[in-house]
Ligand binder design. Structure first.
Ligand code: T4K
Length: 395
C-alpha cells in the first residue's frame, strides 16, 4: 500500500500511482481456521462420504438451526436453488410482491418457479421492503410476499407479518446477507414461513458455495428435503418432482469452520465499519448506512450513499476513481432487478412506481471490508473519496 494520498494530483485518475498494488475487493472471502478445515477434509476423505446429507452437512444444519432458533435448517448447494425450492414447496401461485432493490437471484427464483414478481419500492432508511407500499400491490392473484434483509439489516418483520396475515399471504424472507443478525433479540431465520441464507464465498460466513433454509414448519422441511434430492423418498422411490440442491461435505466443512469464527469475523467487520464511520464523517454528501439500535448486524457490507448535489461528483465517477486506485468498490444492486432482463421487457414501466429504488440504484456505493481490510486501508480509501469530493471533478 502506498502512503495515504494528500493532493488531488496524487489520484491515479489524474496521473498518480495507484494507492494499492493489489486489488481490494468487496467480498474478499474470510478463511477462518485452516488447520481445522484441513482436519475436517481428512475426516471426509477417510469416511468416503462426500455428499448426500453426510455428517458435516447434518452438523452444519444443526448449528444453523440453533443460531436461528428454529426446528429445522436444511442445507443447499446455494441460496438461489434454496429460494426457488422454497417458492415451489410453499405452493405459491400467481403474483409475489418482492423488492427490485436486491441481488437478481431473489427475483430469478420466483420467475423460475413460474411466479410473477410484482416489484415494490423500499424504505430509504432500511433499504428493505416498505410496508406502507405493499398493501396497494395486493391483488386476488397475490399469494406471497418475499422480503429481503438487505445488508443483513432486518426488514420490518412485524408490519410485514401483520399485512401477510391480514391478507392470508405466505411471508418468506431472503436472508442471504443476514447470518448472525437479529432484531429485538430475536434471530433472523425464525420469521415468516421460511428464511433463506447464502454462504457464497463472498459472504462473511461461507461454505465456498452454499445456502440454507430455516423454518419451524415440519411439512415444509419434509418437502424441501424431497425437492433437493430429486424427489427421492427412499431407494428407487420418487414421489415428486425434484432437483439436485444438496450441499457437499467439503462445502459443509468450510461452512462449519467459518461459523466457528463468526464472532471474530463480526468483530473485525464492526471495527472496520467504525473506522469507515470516523474516516468518512466529515465528507459532505457522503453518508454511511446506519443501523437501528434494535438490530444486531454482521456489518459485512459497508454501504455508502453519494448525494451528487452536494459532492459535485457522481457515484459512478467516484467508482472510476476508486477502481483506478485498485479499490474495486461496487454499485450493488444497480440497475435494480426491474431494469434487468427478463423483467425489463416483461414490466417496462415498473420504474415509475419505484422512486426510492431508482434513487438508491444511482447513489449506493459498497466499499471493501472483512478480514482482508484494516484501518490503514480504510484511511487510504477515505482519503481518495475526500480528494475526489474536494476536486468536484465529474470529468
Ligand atoms: N439473495 C441475495 C440478496 C443475494 O445477495 C444473493 C447473492 C443471493 C440471494 C443468492 O445467493 P447464492 O446463490 O450466490 O448463494 C456476489 C455473489 O456472487 C452473490 O452470491 C451475492 N449475493 C452478491 C451480493 O455478490 P457478484 O457478481 O457481485 O460478485 P462476484 O461473485 O463476482 O464476487 C465479488 C468480488 O469478490 C469479486 O470482484 C472478487 C471477490 N471474490 C469473489 C470470489 C467468488 C474473491 O476475492 N474470491 C472469491 O472466491 O455477486
Amino acid at each position: 500500500m502506498n502512503p495515504v494520498k494528500k493532493n488531488i494530483t496524487d489520484l491515479a485518475l489524474f496521473g498518480g500511482a495507484p494507492a494499492f498494488a493489489e486489488k481490494l475487493h468487496v467480498g474478499r472471502p474470510n478463511i477462518g481456521d485452516r488447520q481445522r478445515l484441513h482436519q475436517r477434509l481428512d475426516e471426509i476423505l477417510d469416511r468416503r462420504w462426500l455428499t448426500n446429507e453426510g455428517p458435516c452437512a447434518l452438523e452444519f444444519e444443526a448449528r444453523l438451526a440453533a443460531l436461528a432458533g428454529t426446528r429445522h435448517a436444511i442445507a443447499f448447494c446455494n441460496a438461489t436453488v434454496a429460494l426457488e425450492l422454497v417458492a415451489r414447496a410453499s405452493k405459491l401461485t400467481g403474483e409475489v410482491i418482492v423488492p427490485s432493490f436486491t441481488f437478481v437471484a431473489t427475483v430469478h427464483c420466483l420467475h423460475a418457479a413460474g411466479l410473477t414478481p410484482v416489484f415494490c419500492d423500499v424504505d430509504p432508511a432500511t433499504h428493505g421492503l416498505d410496508p406502507s407500499k405493499v398493501e396497494a400491490l395486493i391483488t386476488p392473484r397475490t399469494s406471497a410476499i418475499m422480503a429481503v434483509h438487505l445488508w443483513g439489516n432486518p426488514c420490518e418483520v412485524e408490519k410485514l407479518g401483520q399485512i401477510a396475515s391480514r391478507h392470508r399471504l405466505t411471508l418468506l424472507f431472503d436472508a442471504a446477507h443476514a447470518t448472525g443478525c437479529s432484531i429485538q433479540g430475536r434471530p433472523i431465520g425464525s420469521f415468516g414461513l421460511a428464511e433463506v441464507f447464502s454462504f457464497h464465498g463472498t459472504k462473511f460466513i461461507n461454505s465456498f458455495e452454499g445456502g440454507a433454509v430455516t423454518t419451524n414448519n415440519d411439512e415444509l422441511a419434509v418437502q424441501l428435503r424431497l425437492l433437493k434430492n430429486f424427489g427421492f423418498a427412499g431407494f428407487d422411490k420418487v414421489v415428486s418432482w425434484g432437483t439436485n440442491g444438496k450441499m457437499s461435505e467439503i462445502a459443509a466443512a468450510m461452512g462449519l469452520t467459518s461459523l466457528e469464527s463468526m464472532d471474530e469475523f463480526i468483530a473485525v467487520n464492526r471495527r472496520n465499519y467504525e473506522s469507515y464511520r470516523l474516516a468518512l464523517k466529515d465528507i459532505p454528501g457522503i453518508s454511511l448506512f446506519a443501523y437501528r439500535e434494535t438490530v444486531r448486524n454482521n456489518f459485512q457490507y459497508v454501504v455508502v450513499t453519494v448525494d451528487e448535489s452536494v459532492t459535485g461528483v457522481s457515484r459512478d465517477r467516484l467508482i472510476d476513481a476508486l477502481v483506478a486506485e485498485n479499490v474495486i468498490a461496487r454499485r450493488y444492486f444497480y440497475p435494480g432487478c426491474h431494469r434487468m432482463e427478463p423483467y425489463r421487457t416483461l414490466f417496462p414501466n415498473a420504474g415509475r412506481d419505484l422512486p426510492v429504488t431508482e434513487k438508491l440504484c444511482a447513489s449506493v456505493l459498497v466499499l471493501p471490508t472483512g478480514t482482508a481490510v484494516g484501518p490503514a486501508e480504510i484511511d487510504a480509501v477515505a482519503a481518495i473519496i475526500r480528494l475526489m469530493v474536494a476536486s468536484g471533478k465529474n470529468r
